[in-house]
Structure formats: structure tokens, C-alpha cells
Write a protein that binds this ligand. Structure first.
Ligand code: SF4
Length: 269
């Protein structure tokens, strides 16, 4: 079987490193040539990696100055189910990866309980930098950072979105609807069905929410199965609901509402 490009690059690097070792400081292979060869064989970044490289130094809001790490997202770039949380916490800020602290460990356990693996889904937050003291994101921070999440969704194009908590759902849908009304219906973000469940941190604070959260995740798995089944059979997409608040805002023009968002994102083309 033909070796992949990354393997080629590693092999070239290995041979050149050996060459340099044998030759010592002598005139082995030209270092510029080595760089050229490595560049030519380096794997091309994926669209998501390219996007990460574009935005990783972002300083659009004050959180850029206080973060330890920019927390982009993690998981399968071709994930069919994408989970969206609120913002990095202390552990995430230190490690540069979403959902790695206690809430993340709980999320992993919950995913496993419904037959999902963290590696097969994609996980990102609305904010890429940690709000100090884990406070709720401010509206201005969400406004600055949300386009990044929207672009991630656009690149990944998941078949199902699962919002972990009120803040992620409210930010994506541009509503103030409370969690008890966001949880339950199959909502929609630019043609992508969306479910909302509790944030794992809320489940940690209130363990009695665990069963309900697991039931939501089971529903997500089942909904994903239905989506695939309908696609394969050429059937219409799953039925989704529009929240009354969305409906009201859709009728309002030029207010940055759902309608305005649909005009700026080609997600539903
Ligand atoms: S939170 Fe978002 S907008 Fe603010 S600095 Fe970080 S990446 Fe940029």
C-alpha cells in the first residue's frame, strides 16, 4: 500500500536525521533543501486546523488577555454529533482542551453510558477563553466569539447539535428562553437539528439531574439514528420546532436575530 503523506514526511525526516548524524557537522544535505523537502511533504492542514491557526491568537475581547490557553475544540472533525458548551473552566484553561475537568470527566462517562466515545464526536464552547472565576459569559464576549463557533459548525457540518446548558443554546439560537423550555423539543440551527440538555457542571452540582441528562443523551443518539435512516431512505428531514421567541424575532428585520444569522451563514444552503 502506498504510504500516506505524513508517513512520507516522517520517513524523509528520519533519513535526513540519520544522514546528519553520520556526517556530523560535515557537508551532508543542505539544510534549506531539507526544509524544502519537509515543507513539500508536510500534511496539508484540514479546514478546521486552518481555521484554528487563523484565530488562536485572538484578542477581540478582554478574555484574550487573561486566558492561559485558547480552547478551540476537540474531537472528530467529521463528527456527526457536535456538543456545544459554554466556556472553558480552570482545567480547560490550563490544558487548552474543552471539558477536561470534573465536568468533562462526567461528560465522558455520560457519553460512554449512551454508547458514544469522546473521540467520535466534536466538542467546543461558545467562548474560547475562560471568563475569570468561571462567571457566565458577558453578552459582548458572546457577540465577539460566537462567529468562531458558527464557523466551526459550518466546517464540521454535524448532523446533530447537542447544547450542554442554557448559555450555549441561547447563544446559538439568539434567544433568552429558559432551559426548561429549551430542553425537550427538537430545535434547529441553520437546518441542523438541535437538542438541549443540562451542562455536566450542573449535573455535578445537582446529581439528581443525572438520569434526565442521560435520557436526553439517549434521545440524541436515537435522533441521530433517525436522521441517518431518513437520509438513507430519501425521506424528509426530522421535524423541528421553532421557539415562540425565535418566531417573533424572525419577523423583526435587521436586529441580528435568527433571520439575520441565516443570511450570514451558508449553513442551510
Ligand atoms: S473569548 Fe473569543 S473573542 Fe474573546 S479573546 Fe477569546 S477567542 Fe477572542
Amino acid at each position: 500500500m502506498r504510504a500516506s503523506r505524513p508517513a512520507d514526511a516522517r520517513e524523509v525526516a528520519r533519513i535526513l536525521a540519520l544522514e546528519l548524524e553520520i556526517q556530523g557537522d560535515g557537508p551532508a544535505l543542505d539544510r534549506d533543501l531539507l526544509q524544502q523537502i519537509l515543507r513539500a511533504h508536510a500534511p496539508k492542514p484540514s479546514p478546521l486546523q486552518e481555521f484554528y491557526l487563523q484565530i488562536r491568537d485572538c484578542q477581540k475581547c478582554p478574555l484574550g488577555r487573561t486566558r492561559t490557553h485558547f480552547v478551540f475544540g476537540v474531537g472528530n472533525e467529521k463528527a456527526e454529533i457536535m456538543f456545544v458548551g459554554e466556556a472553558p473552566g480552570a482545567d480547560e484553561d490550563l490544558q487548552g482542551e474543552p471539558f477536561v475537568g470534573r465536568a468533562g470527566q462526567l461528560l465522558n462517562r455520560m457519553l460512554a453510558e449512551v454508547g458514544l466515545r469522546r473521540e467520535e464526536v466534536y466538542i467546543a464552547n461558545v467562548l474560547k477563553c475562560r471568563p475569570p472565576g468561571n462567571r457566565d459569559p458577558l453578552a459582548e464576549e458572546v457577540a465577539q466569539c460566537l462567529p468562531y463557533l458558527r464557523r466551526q459548525i459550518e466546517i464540521i457540518r454535524p448532523k446533530l447539535l447537542v447544547c450542554l446548558g442554557r448559555i450555549a443554546a441561547q447563544a446559538l439560537l439568539d434567544v433568552l428562553t429558559p432551559l426548561n423550555r429549551l430542553r425537550g423539543p427538537v430545535l434547529e440551527f441553520h437546518g441542523i437539528p438541535m437538542l438541549v440538555t443540562y451542562h455536566p457542571a450542573a449535573v455535578l452540582r445537582t446529581p439528581s439531574l443525572y438520569d434526565a441528562a442521560i435520557s436526553d443523551l439517549r434521545r440524541a443518539v436515537e435522533l441521530h439514528r433517525q436522521i441517518l435512516e431518513r437520509e438513507a431512505a430519501g425521506m424528509p428531514a426530522v421535524q423541528t420546532e421553532v421557539l415562540p421567541e425565535q418566531e417573533r424575532r424572525r419577523k423583526t428585520k435587521g436586529d441580528g436575530s435568527v433571520q439575520a444569522m441565516q443570511e450570514t451563514l451558508p449553513l442551510d444552503e
